[in-house]
Design a protein around this ligand. Structure first.
Ligand SMILES: Cc1cc2nc3c(=O)[nH]c(=O)nc-3n(C[C@H](O)[C@H](O)[C@H](O)COP(=O)(O)OP(=O)(O)OC[C@H]3O[C@@H](n4cnc5c(N)ncnc54)[C@H](O)[C@@H]3O)c2cc1C
Length: 484
């Protein structure tokens, strides 16, 4: 296969000078023709509106459009595109579904955006091995729809219906992480096109084992690499048995401390909670209005339990006892599927609910993660800081992991407010670092948190990351300007 690919791209390598002005700016006509030769004319666009669409994600980072967008149909084309760009010093920016929150797809040096949504096949389902192989255009919801009758499911659920390879690229997680882990725990193998076009299978071609002691963990290196080391063209994911029964619950607390204490107590009591989400009173108020819920306006936990009917009874009883011990009130159980789905849809829509509190404004979402014992402290500090900064914001989070989001609304026409929002987000991250946490539990580093990464891992940590990057991408063309 590798020699085939080399032969297929060889003709293109003979041309030189495709890129009219280095790595930033309009691409030469010859280069655009070369892109068309790889993927076909209908799958290349240099139209301004298309480039703009691909120059930003859901964050407030300024739109920085690529010079061209391409839609490969298969891995061979991705490989030829990478080799072509690399031979001409043109930056390559992988694009999943553009739902990222740290500016990961902004083309800061121009270049070619590789939109992978046309590669959307579920390649292989191995029910007995609890694994599936998907192409980068498959989203988490599409996979779960496909799995519906198999008795299996894929639990990692960021709020957006993101692409699974984009989720691998950002090390995403969501409400189920407390029980089922994040993408780091659920990716078994990755097929990656390296910047120069070579194809890598991080765990070896076709392999889908649960554990291994064979050499360096290349899969772990690429999960969370945010498009800076290569293009993920397939991922092998770990699946889980669909629970026999599910029950959700909500309860309100007199304080943030009481909600978090309950969470710690539930985890310490080894209640195998599947989801345990914290929503502050502002988020709850916003969800009540936006999703027509009827919850008390107070710090609240949304919980979910998975298991057999018998096991659920015990889990529910234990959780209810613990939360009541910490002063919880307005306990309500949601047993039927429709009611549960309404609740979790409202949780996933919390971001849009908070945005709707201030029409016309843009959202700024930041996330940090701390050891769970430090969660009440940082949540209280964050709220005080929001008030002192005169900002509109709410907090919600995957409290069982010590991970939470601050969702702020900002007037895009007001640079001063944007400055205050960014300063708040930086202070929040530094507080998390001071409490032995991380500046991001799930959204990634992207453009906005590069300085914070340095503070988090230290000089030698960053130097090691730079050395790894330089070895795989010596010209620095894979998604330049991100992470490091
Ligand atoms: C309402 C809302 C709620 C959210 N909630 C959560 C949450 O709870 N948890 C969470 O983790 N995130 C959350 N996010 C953020 C976002 O959904 C995740 O970061 C997601 O993993 C991004 O996937 P994507 O396919 O949209 O990637 P994109 O935004 O397209 O890209 C993100 C980064 O990954 C790179 N990339 C994408 N695809 C590939 C690929 N195939 N190969 C190599 N690199 C690639 C890009 O270059 C970029 O750097 C939320 C976003 C929104 C809008």
């Amino acid at each position: 296969m590798a020699s085939l690919l080399r032969a297929a791209t060889w003709g293109l390598f003979l041309w030189r000078g495709y890129c009219s002005r280095g790595t930033k700016g309009e691409l030469s006509k010859g280069f655009v023709e070369a892109l068309k030769a790889v993927v076909g004319s209908p799958h290349v666009s240099t139209a301004a509106v298309v480039r703009e669409h691909h120059g930003h994600d859901e964050s407030v980072h300024r739109c920085q459009p690529p010079d061209a967008v391409v839609w490969p149909q298969n891995v061979e084309q991705v490989s030829r595109l990478a080799a072509l760009c690399y031979s001409q010093g043109v930056p390559i920016i992988p694009f999943g579904t553009g739902t990222g929150l740290e500016g990961g797809v902004c083309a800061v040096q121009g270049g070619v955006c590789v939109n992978l949504t046309h590669m959307d096949r579920i390649l292989e389902l191995n029910p007995e091995d609890f694994s599936v192989v998907v192409e980068p255009g498959v989203t988490r919801k599409a996979l779960n729809t496909h799995l519906r009758d198999s008795g299996l499911w894929f639990p990692v659920d960021p709020g957006a219906d993101a692409s699974l390879c984009g989720m691998a690229a950002t090390g995403a997680s969501g409400t189920n992480a407390v029980r089922y882990g994040t993408m780091r725990d659920n990716v078994l193998n990755l097929e990656v096109v390296l910047p120069d076009g070579r194809l890598l299978h991080t765990a070896g071609p076709g392999r889908h084992f649960r554990k291994s002691a064979a050499g360096y963990n290349l899969t772990g290196l690429f999960v969370g690499s945010e498009g800076t080391l290569g293009l993920i063209t397939a991922t092998t994911l770990r699946l889980h048995p669909a629970p026999e029964a599910t029950v959700a619950a909500t309860c309100a607390f007199p304080s943030v401390q009481a909600a978090v204490d309950s969470t710690v107590h539930i985890l310490q009591a080894a209640v195998p909670v599947a989801r345990i989400e914290f929503l502050d009173e502002i988020t709850i108020d916003a969800c009540n209005r936006y999703s027509k819920l009827n919850c008390s306006v107070a710090p609240t936990l949304f919980l979910e339990f998975h298991g057999s009917e018998k096991a659920l009874e015990e889990q529910l009883q234990r959780a209810e006892e613990i939360t009541q011990h910490h002063g919880a009130s307005h306990f309500s159980w949601a047993k039927d599927a429709e009611e549960r789905s309404r609740l979790w849809q409202a949780r996933h829509n919390a971001w849009y609910a908070v945005l709707a509190l201030r029409p016309g404004c843009k959202g700024y979402s930041t996330d940090v993660c701390v050891p769970i014992s430090r969660l009440p402290e940082i949540l209280v500090q964050a709220k005080e800081d929001l008030n002192a900064s005169g900002l509109t914001g709410a907090t919600a989070g995957h409290v069982g992991d010590g991970n939470f989001h601050c969702m702020l609304s900002v007037d895009p026409e007001d640079p001063e407010e944007l400055r205050r929002v960014k300063a708040f987000a930086e202070r929040l991250s530094r507080r998390a670092l001071a409490l032995h946490g991380t500046c991001t539990g799930e959204h990634g580093i992207g453009l906005g948190k590069r300085q914070l990464l340095q503070e988090e891992v230290g000089a030698v940590g960053v130097q090691t990351m730079r050395q790894l990057k330089a070895m795989l991408d010596p010209q620095g063309l894979m998604n330049p300007g991100k992470v490091l």
